[in-house]
Design a protein around this ligand. Structure first.
Ligand SMILES: Cc1cc2nc3c(=O)[nH]c(=O)nc-3n(C[C@H](O)[C@H](O)[C@H](O)COP(=O)(O)OP(=O)(O)OC[C@H]3O[C@@H](n4cnc5c(N)ncnc54)[C@H](O)[C@@H]3O)c2cc1C
Ligand code: FES
Length: 368
């Protein structure tokens, strides 16, 4: 039997017939090993498909199944609730092909060339940014340079092997430091440790880079950004990238929080809008009294944005923040005529292992 290569990668085996995944847009094909999700198989083949939570709840990995069938042996496909079966939607982070399949999915070529690696780091700086947000700056211990695209995230690898995802708050910097904005989650193991105990010199193992929330430069459209809380971290990275590029595309950044103290880099965002003619910044506070005291917009961040931009059909849209904001925002944005393929987002869900525990507790193992 002649050796068979699938889009530059050798097939897994000549004898054992493993499912092949075909991407209908580009014609690329790759094999999926037994039990592997479509996303894992694509990543192994060096193909970047969209994802964020990796737990089946955020919907950023949604794609269309054109041919074949998939199973969901891990988490139930929560993000497909309410999607009519006639849409043939699947979640790439959970779907395991039952045989050969063909899918229509967005490919994000810009992240494909950056190697994913494990890096030993130490804390170079730690600073309180807000009452419940800590800024952490990591330095690779071997002095190597870590590469990523603005907006991507990393996984902190805990001693028990579990992972905790955090967005990187800038693009790669000349001093090699990796900046994180960590919100303390009540009852959360890692973030409580960061909040209470993390010190300069402490060591952290990370895996980097991850995620597909990255600048889309192949567009001339104006951009809207919507951040909630520490969702500002990847938005900051992407906005700084576009400012450094000298883009003339209009950029309007909305940042929502409960009160002014939670807008932990207010001065920076205000400076963007003062110094860069095509950047606008609107802070939005959900606490009415705090909004009045600060003279800022009051309400939920997506409401303020939609008041200013009721028709989103001409925009590229970037959003990042707590799952509730992402879930509510998504629906309102699509209703305001934003084409779904121009909505880029990271949903700050809990880590995939915690999501699995929560979903299994809620729905019974593998049950919906
Ligand atoms: C792509 C991505 C990027 C992110 N970027 C950022 C960022 O830049 N900044 C940021 O602040 N956050 C970010 N997050 C969120 C961050 O990863 C989580 O807040 C973090 O993983 C929490 O870790 P923890 O160990 O402190 O909490 P965990 O111990 O994981 O607990 C989280 C919550 O779940 C509850 N919980 C835990 N186990 C169970 C269970 N079995 N059943 C029910 N409830 C349970 C806990 O009580 C707690 O409320 C990001 C998330 C994603 C997916
Ligand atoms: S639902 Fe698949 S990445 Fe979030």
């Amino acid at each position: 039997m002649p050796e068979r290569f699938l889009w530059g990668k050798p097939s897994l085996s000549y004898n054992a017939r493993v499912p092949t995944v075909t991407l209908t847009a580009s014609g690329k094909r790759f094999d999926a090993a037994a039990g592997e999700t479509v996303l894992e198989a694509a990543q192994r083949a060096g193909i970047a498909l969209p994802y964020s939570c990796r737990g089946g709840v955020c919907g950023s990995c949604k794609a269309t199944l054109v041919d074949g069938e998939c199973d969901y042996p891990r988490n139930p496909p929560v993000a497909l609730a309410g999607v009519p079966p006639s849409r043939h939607a699947i979640l790439l982070c959970q779907a395991v092909p039952r045989g050969d399949i063909a899918i229509q999915a967005r490919e994000i070529a810009s992240v494909e060339d950056i190697p994913h690696r494990r890096v030993e780091t130490e804390v170079a700086e730690r600073r309180a940014l807000a009452p419940d947000v800590v800024g952490v700056w990591l330095r690779p211990r071997d002095g190597s340079r870590v590469n990523w695209l603005p907006g991507q995230y990393l996984d902190v690898v805990l001693e028990d092997g579990k992972h905790r995802p955090f967005s990187i708050a800038s693009g790669p910097r000349p001093d090699g430091l990796i900046e994180l904005h960590v919100r303390h989650v009540p009852g959360g193991g890692f973030t409580t440790w960061v909040y209470d105990s993390l010190r300069v010199g402490d060591r952290l193992t990370i895996e980097v880079p991850l995620g597909t929330f990255v600048p889309r430069e192949d567009s001339e459209r104006p951009m809207l950004f919507m951040a909630g809380g520490t969702g500002f971290a990847p938005v900051k990275a992407i906005v700084e990238h576009f400012i450094a590029l000298g883009t003339r595309r209009p950029m309007h950044v909305y940042w929502g929080a409960r009160n002014k103290a939670d807008l932990y880099l207010l001065d920076l965002a205000t400076r963007w809008s003062e110094d860069v003619p095509n950047v606008h910044f609107t802070p939005v506070l959900s606490d009415p009294e705090a909004a009045r005291a600060a003279g800022m917009r009051e309400g939920l961040v997506h409401e303020a944005l939609l008041q200013d931009h009721p028709d989103l059909s001409g925009f590229d849209f970037y959003m990042s923040g707590p799952p509730a904001m992402i879930a509510a925002g998504r629906q309102y944005l699509i209703d305001a005529k934003l084409p779904e393929d121009r909505l880029y987002f990271d949903s700050f869900d809990v880590a995939p292992d915690v999501l699995t525990e929560i979903l299994q507790g809620r729905a019974g193992i593998h049950g919906l």
